[in-house]
Design a protein around this ligand. Structure first.
Ligand SMILES: [Zn+2]
Ligand SMILES: [Zn+2]
Length: 313
C-alpha cells in the first residue's frame, strides 16, 4: 500500500478526495467559529471546552484508543473500556478498529513509504491531509482485520465496524445531551426560556464543536509536530521527537520519541520533567482497581539494556 506525497497530492476537487471525512471535519470547524459570536459565550461553556479536551481527548483518545487498544499497555475492566471507547467516539476520530489499525501501521512503518501520516510527505499531509485522501486499501475490513484483529474480536467494536453511521448517532446524542442540560440549567437559574436557549447554544458551540476541533488538532499535532520539532532521547530509526508543547497540550503524548522507543509502556515519562498526565490517570485507575497489568517503562523493566540506544543519557 502506498499514498502520494501531499506536495504532489490531489487538489480538493480531485476524485481522490475522501469527502466522507473532509465534509464533516470542515463543517465542525465552521460551526466552531460561531464561538466568536459574543452572544454564544459563557464561562461555563468555555470551561466545558477545556475540561472536555481532558475527558474526550485524554481519557477517550490517549488512554483508551492509544494506550489500551493500540498498544495493550494496560487492561481495563471491560465495561470501563467500552465506556471510554464510547467517549472516544464523541471525538469523531474514527471507530476503534480503524484508529488502531492506522496507528499500528504508523508504528510498523514510521516515516517510511507505508506510514499513513509521515511529515516527510509534508507537514499539512501529516497533520490532517492524509485523512482527506482516499486510501481504499486502508479502509477495507481485511486491512482492519490484519492490523486490529484483536479489536474486531470484541462484539461491541465489531458491531461499530458493521454500523459506521453509529458514530454520527453517538456524536449527535452527546451533543443533544449538552444542549438539554445547558437549557435546563440556563432556564432554571435565570428564570427564562431565552436564557435557557442561550446557554444551550453556548454549550453546544463551546462544549461540543470547539472542543471537538481542539481535540482533533491536539491529536493531529502528535502525528505532525512530534515527527518534526523537538529533541530526541533515543536513536529510534525514524524522526520521532519529544516536543514539550505537544507534551503539555496532549497530556503526555508529545513525548513521542520516548513512546517510539518503548511503545508498549503505559508511561512516556522517562525524565522527571517529561510530565505524562495520562499516565497519572492510569495510575489512579490502577489504584481504584479499574486498571490492571499496567506495563512500566522499559528502563524500569530491563534497566541493564534499556539505555543502549540513548542519544543524550
Ligand atoms: Zn509517531
Ligand atoms: Zn503509539
Amino acid at each position: 500500500m502506498s499514498h502520494a506525497p501531499a506536495a504532489t497530492g490531489p487538489s480538493a476537487s480531485s476524485p481522490h478526495t475522501h469527502w466522507e471525512y473532509l465534509l464533516p471535519i470542515l463543517s465542525v470547524h465552521l460551526l466552531a467559529c460561531i464561538a466568536l459570536v459574543p452572544w454564544c459565550f459563557s464561562w461555563s461553556g468555555m470551561s466545558l471546552a477545556i475540561l472536555g479536551t481532558v475527558v474526550f481527548g485524554t481519557l477517550g483518545i490517549n488512554l483508551c484508543y492509544h494506550r489500551v487498544l493500540s498498544h495493550r499497555s494496560l487492561k481495563l475492566a471491560k465495561r470501563v473500556e467500552h465506556s471510554l471507547a464510547t467517549i472516544a467516539l464523541c471525538s469523531l476520530e474514527d471507530t476503534p478498529a480503524r484508529w488502531v489499525a492506522n496507528h499500528r501501521l504508523h508504528h510498523a512503518h514510521s516515516d517510511a513509504p507505508l506510514d499513513p501520516h509521515s511529515p516527510r510527505d509534508g507537514i499539512s499531509w501529516s497533520h490532517a491531509g492524509w485523512l482527506f485522501r482516499r486510501a481504499p486499501d486502508r479502509r477495507t475490513y481485511a486491512f482492519f482485520d490484519r492490523y486490529a484483529h484483536d479489536i474486531l474480536s470484541d462484539d461491541y467494536y465489531r458491531w461499530l465496524e458493521r454500523h459506521p453511521m453509529a458514530i454520527l448517532w453517538i456524536y449527535s446524542i452527546h451533543a443533544a445531551a449538552f444542549m438539554t442540560v445547558g437549557f435546563v440549567i440556563g432556564a432554571t437559574t435565570a428564570g427564562s426560556w431565552q436564557a435557557g436557549v442561550q446557554l444551550a447554544v453556548s454549550w453546544l458551540v463551546w462544549g461540543v464543536f470547539l472542543r471537538t476541533v481542539l481535540v482533533w488538532h491536539i491529536t493531529w499535532s502528535v502525528n505532525s509536530l512530534t515527527h518534526l520539532f523537538g529533541y530526541r532521547n533515543y536513536a529510534t530509526g525514524e524522526d520521532s521527537r519529544n516536543n514539550w508543547l505537544v507534551g503539555l497540550l496532549a497530556m503526555g503524548e508529545g513525548w513521542h520519541n520516548n513512546h517510539h522507543h518503548d511503545p508498549s509502556s503505559a508511561s512516556v515519562q522517562h525524565r522527571w520533567w517529561e510530565i505524562d498526565a495520562t499516565y497519572y490517570m492510569i495510575l489512579f485507575l490502577e489504584r481504584i482497581g479499574w486498571a490492571t497489568q499496567v506495563i512500566r517503562p522499559r528502563h524500569l523493566r530491563h534497566p541493564a539494556t534499556a539505555r543502549q540506544t540513548v542519544l543524550h543519557p
